[in-house]
Ligand binder design. Structure first.
Ligand code: NDP
Length: 273
């Protein structure tokens, strides 16, 4: 019998997840159906239960439901617990398991696909929202020399850094505190690029950097990537690889089979011009 999975969000029509999981299923000969579900803004839990009761095996969760999915779960894996958010659910009898693959997807894209090892590097993460929360544990596990979180609302970054301080060398600050600081890897995990805005960071953060990474995908050269390019950063990337890699982790979790990500990333990449 065909096993059913879905991504739930609101809105959801833009989601690439059905395309990605469809490609993975074809590649690995898994008999699954993967659809996109628009969850009602006031009825997330009901929609998840209805999907599970109709035989659903698992779900991806996207905005604005990542926090509600965390609350709904009966069991959470450590990454989801520490992130306070989940992007994947697995149904087993009465149990709803929650994990968060956003961070590990990002780290896998940087290290495996882009070939940049994070160990010993100075890493700057711009933003302090859900994507950053999910990324902190996987980043710290790679033992960077320093992990700095900088956010428009500085207090959110310092609070987040304090919460993870037992896990590695991490600090939080506002954008203004970055003057004179240099990093090897700079990531834009703010949502500024969705509105074609630029986080107010000094261009000097890019001096000597090997990689600038924009989590938003499919938007070409965003103001952040353009600033990095003008500062001479040799490698620029957007979040398409992160999206496909987090999907691959969920696929392995659900199906026990690892799909190949490279052909799917290649198919979905919008050139950075
Ligand atoms: P949140 O809404 O949780 O957080 C948004 C963050 O962006 C906050 O830190 C906010 O700062 C900051 N911000 C918003 N506008 C601006 C601006 N104009 N200048 C500076 N900072 C700004 O979002 P998420 O953390 O969930 O997602 C962040 C981005 O990452 C999104 O754009 C999303 O598309 C992308 N993403 C990509 C994924 C992928 O697979 N490629 C997966 C997950 C997310 P403040 O706290 O001051 O409000």
């Amino acid at each position: 019998m065909t096993d059913r999975y879905a991504v739930i969000g609101n809105p959801i029509s833009h989601s690439k997840s059905p395309l990605i999981h469809g490609a993975f299923a074809q590649q690995t000969a898994q008999d699954i159906a993967y659809t996109a579900l628009e969850g009602p803004l006031d009825g997330f839990a009901g929609a998840v239960h209805a999907f599970r009761d109709a035989g659903g095996r698992g779900m991806n969760v996207t905005a604005p439901f990542k926090l509600q999915a965390f609350t709904l779960a009966t069991d959470r894996l450590e990454r989801a617990e520490l992130a306070g958010a989940t992007n994947a659910l697995k149904f087993e009898g009465d149990r709803i398991w929650a994990d968060n693959f956003d961070g590990v997807g990002l780290v896998n894209d940087i290290q495996r696909n882009l070939g940049v090892a994070l160990v010993g590097k100075r890493v700057l993460l711009l933003g302090a929202g859900g994507a950053v929360r999910g990324a902190l544990l996987p980043f710290l596990a790679e033992q960077p020399a320093a992990l700095v979180i900088a956010n428009r609302t500085a207090e959110k970054a310092t609070a987040l850094a304090a919460a993870f301080s037992g896990r590695g060398r991490i600090t939080g600050c506002g954008f203004g505190d970055l003057a004179g600081e240099r990093f090897d890897v700079v990531l834009n995990a703010t949502s500024a690029s969705l509105k074609a805005e630029l986080p107010a960071v000094p261009a000097s953060v890019f001096t000597g950097a090997v990689l600038a990474y924009e989590l938003v995908y499919g938007k070409g050269l965003t103001p952040f990537l353009r600033l990095a390019q003008n500062a001479g950063v040799p490698r620029l990337a957007d979040g398409v690889g992160m999206l496909v890699e987090q999907a691959a982790e969920a696929f392995v979790w659900w199906r026990g089979v690892r799909p190949e990500t490279a052909p799917v990333i290649a198919r979905m990449t919008v050139p950075l011009v």
